[in-house]
Design a protein around this ligand. Structure first.
Ligand SMILES: NC(=O)c1ccc[n+]([C@@H]2O[C@H](COP(=O)([O-])OP(=O)(O)OC[C@H]3O[C@@H](n4cnc5c(N)ncnc54)[C@H](OP(=O)(O)O)[C@@H]3O)[C@@H](O)[C@H]2O)c1
Length: 266
């Protein structure tokens, strides 16, 4: 059993499986007490028991459907009142990958509710406390499908695009403070999400799939390195730098109040 280094409380949403479960393990190992959020109570209870005995930390479970307004409000109120929280990972997410006309409105809404609304309101619940203490860490899990769309990912990509721009905005807002805001954009990772999305992992190109442990350890390594944006599977740093540079130059190029010449009549 490791000594609890009193790191405060880390909240991990979507801790009942996949990336969230491993984030919970790694944060417990670093000495955080945990507050775990998901719908599947049995899984959260089993994880809490395991991590408490393995690392000697305290674990509280909040069983909640983050896509249901009343449950979300309860979690928001809990987080807002809990001044021990020093880190939040907005990891819970849901996905349906299918053409839009074959995706029910309920499934489309669920992606917006969990991937956007819950992430935004839970961030909003902890940030005032972080600001008051001038300390805290927010990690938002996006996806490489947040900067790219496939014919089967219009809504999912749209929700992750929100995560990317929202997180960038917060990074600008808290620049120069002790509040860390990290954006993590994984590519394909071997989790249950693919079953939820309607595509079995076995149907994917196996060479493109990362293990959950590798993805989480890379994300936390990125955090330790002080990265604003972490792409666990992108090896070529020049791709990231070129993309960031082009994005900023494209925005700057739009700020001139003049119609682009190609739209002017001869
Ligand atoms: N796996 C990938 O290839 C991949 C790639 C890029 C990004 N991501 C992102 O990584 C994050 C974690 O996903 P994962 O891959 O680890 O998938 P996962 O194994 O399916 O885990 C998703 C987690 O979110 C929770 N969740 C889903 N809907 C919820 C709801 N309505 N209320 C509360 N909790 C809810 C689930 O818990 P309950 O079902 O118990 O509620 C589960 O713990 C997501 O944001 C996902 O978009 C994944």
């Amino acid at each position: 059993m490791l000594e609890n280094k009193n790191m405060g409380t880390a909240v991990v949403t979507g801790a009942s499986s996949g990336l969230g479960e491993i984030f919970a393990d790694r944060l417990a190992k670093r000495g955080y007490n945990l507050k775990l959020v998901a719908r599947r109570k049995d899984r959260l209870n089993a994880l809490a028991t395991k991590l408490q005995s393995k690392y000697g930390i305290k674990v509280t479970n909040l069983v909640a459907d983050l896509g249901a307004a009343a449950d979300l409000e309860n979690v928001v109120n809990d987080l807002r009142a809990d001044k021990s929280i020093t880190l939040l990972i907005n990891n819970a997410g849901t996905s349906t990958v299918s053409p839009i006309i074959k995706t029910s409105v309920d499934k489309q809404k669920a992606m917006v509710d969990v991937n956007i609304t819950a992430l935004m309101l839970l961030s909003d619940a902890v940030l005032p406390n972080f600001a008051e203490k001038n300390e805290g860490t927010l990690i938002n899990i996006a996806s490489v499908l947040g900067f790219h769309s496939l014919p089967i990912s219009a809504v999912y990509s749209g929700t992750k695009g929100f995560v990317i721009q929202y997180t960038r905005g917060l990074q600008e807002e808290f620049k120069g403070t002790n509040i860390r805001v990290q954006l993590v954009s994984p590519a394909t990772t071997a989790t249950e999400l693919w079953d939820v999305a309607g595509i079995p992992l076995s149907a994917l190109n196996q060479a493109t799939i990362m293990t959950v442990e590798d993805c989480v350890d890379a994300a936390l390594s990125g955090l330790d390195r002080g990265e604003l944006a972490t792409y666990p599977s992108i090896n070529d740093q020049t791709l990231i730098d070129t993309y960031e540079d082009a994005r900023i130059r494209l925005f700057k190029g739009s700020q001139n109040g003049q119609v682009a010449e190609r739209y002017l009549e001869n």
